[in-house]
Design a protein around this ligand. Structure first.
Ligand code: PFF
Ligand code: NA
Length: 454
């Protein structure tokens, strides 16, 4: 069985696929706003602290775990103790739930790629987005009125994912990552170069980076940084376990993990300059403050950016294309990893063929996504997102760390990882996993649950 397991064809392929998973919608629409709101340049202190004390250590833990067990999440946890298998299934369930709505958003991005050719979001992007595009009714209970354009885009995005994942680890995921990641880098280069050279851009960039040190004394900001690190590195979804289970025996897991972890953050910071350059330009054009135009999430991508693109001097279509195309490929390289977490678990546990497993996941995932392309779709998406934020992410990650620390032997993972790595993890790493990260993440979980519920 083991000999038949899929494998990455090259180290570069594995690193690109891992970065592809980590770099996603969140890097483009969440990080820069979070930094701006939480102290600008000063936010880098809690952010980098969280990256070093939790992000990279946990990334290495998940990678080392999958590399050690050579299995996807559920069977990996079963190897720790029979009774822990459910932790793996829980992370797979979270991955699947996120997939269902993450792919809906990729479908919107894909449609906006086409809208960008004609600036089809009109002079009133907000009205367009909620009106003609989503046909949003305002209530989760309006299941009528399928938005057919989005329906077919959703189908198309599932088919793209299906084809890539059915192709296998090396011939599908790795090959796609080798195409997507350079393309993404190119698109981001266009966005950033254009963004920072616009009139008024420097005002925006200043708002993004000017340190407000009074904010870093706020404990909540530190806890928020931990939450962001988790999502941004795709931790707690069983993805890194599955991806690393496909590594050849001789891989340098430690170095690969550190490279991927750093690349993800560098990507976020670089994109931040482009995003705030554009926001600075828009604020200047409209004669308003940066604070009046800065937002994050869906509002930034599908409303604020189209507004800004409308105002661009010279070839706004090219910029619009670069922006929505980068959202689309950043999203796709993350969605394939989410789906692979589910698919690899089905393959390992039910001896399904890869084709059968991907077919099953794609059909069920597509069907569950259909309510999200109706007139109530946005509200449903929101509810599912809240649900995942409460029961997913931090909670799974926390339990994962505690089990591997206290019901298993971290040294086994450590020694196995060190044996084939140039760089080594030591007692500092163990201390982060056993004590420091769980404390912050535990507090983060309690706090985010309270804020989600209120
Ligand atoms: N890391 C991705 C982002 O920052 O957008 C989101 C993500 C992708 C989270 C895949 C989890 C995941 F499994
Ligand atoms: Na990310």
């Amino acid at each position: 069985m083991e000999e038949n397991r899929d494998q990455w064809g090259s180290r570069l392929g594995f690193i690109l696929a891992t970065i592809g998973s980590a770099v996603g919608l969140g890097n483009i629409w969440r990080f820069s706003y979070q930094a701006y709101e939480n102290g600008g340049g000063a936010f880098l202190f809690p952010y980098i602290f969280a990256l070093i004390t939790a992000g990279i250590p946990l990334l290495l833990l998940e990678m080392g775990f999958g590399f050690f067990t050579r299995n996807s999440a559920p069977s990996s946890f079963r190897k720790v103790k029979e009774k822990f298998e459910w932790v793996g299934w829980w992370s797979v369930l979270v991955a699947f739930t996120v997939t269902v709505y993450y792919i809906v958003i990729i479908a919107w991005s894909l449609l906006f790629v086409f809208e960008s050719f004609s600036l089809g979001w009109t002079a009133d992007p907000e009205g367009f987005f909620f009106g003609e595009f989503l046909g949003f009714s305002g209530s989760a209970f309006t299941l009528g009125g399928i938005q057919w354009k989005i329906f077919f885009a959703l189908l198309a995005v599932w088919i793209i994912n299906y084809v890539i994942i059915a192709g296998g680890v090396e011939k599908g995921i790795e090959k796609a990552s080798k195409i997507f990641m350079p393309l993404l880098a190119l698109m981001v280069l266009i966005i950033v170069l254009r963004g920072v050279t616009l009139p008024g851009a420097m005002e925006g960039v200043k708002a993004f980076v000017t340190p407000d040190f009074s904010k870093i004394l706020d404990f909540n900001i530190w806890v928020g940084a931990y939450g962001q690190i988790f999502f941004t590195l795709s931790l707690g979804f069983g993805i890194m376990i599955a991806y690393s289970s496909y590594l050849p025996k001789k891989s340098d897991v430690v170095k690969n993990g550190i490279i991927a972890g750093l690349a993800n953050s560098i990507f976020s910071i670089v994109v931040g300059f482009g995003v705030f350059g554009v926001l600075g330009y828009m604020a200047q054009q409209q004669g308003v403050e940066i604070a009046d135009v800065a937002t994050s999430g869906i509002g930034l991508a599908f409303i604020a950016f189209p507004k800004a693109i409308n105002l661009l001097p010279g070839l706004p279509q090219l910029f619009g294309f670069a922006f929505f195309f980068s959202l689309t490929i950043a999203g796709l390289s993350s969605s394939i990893s989410l789906i692979e977490s589910v698919v690899s678990s089905l393959i390992d546990n039910f001896s399904l063929s890869r084709k059968k497993a991907v077919t099953l996941v794609s059909i069920v995932g597509f069907i569950l996504g259909v309510p999200m392309v109706t007139q109530g779709g946005l509200a449903i998406l929101d509810i599912v997102d809240h649900f995942v934020n409460i029961f997913g992410l931090l909670l799974v990650g926390l339990i994962e760390m505690l089990i591997l620390s206290y019901a298993f032997d971290l040294d086994k993972i450590k020694d196995n990882m060190n044996a084939s790595s140039d760089l080594h993890v030591g007692n500092g790493w163990k201390a982060m996993i056993k004590f420091i990260a769980p404390v912050f993440i535990g507090i983060g979980f309690v706090q985010s649950t309270i804020s989600e519920l209120s």
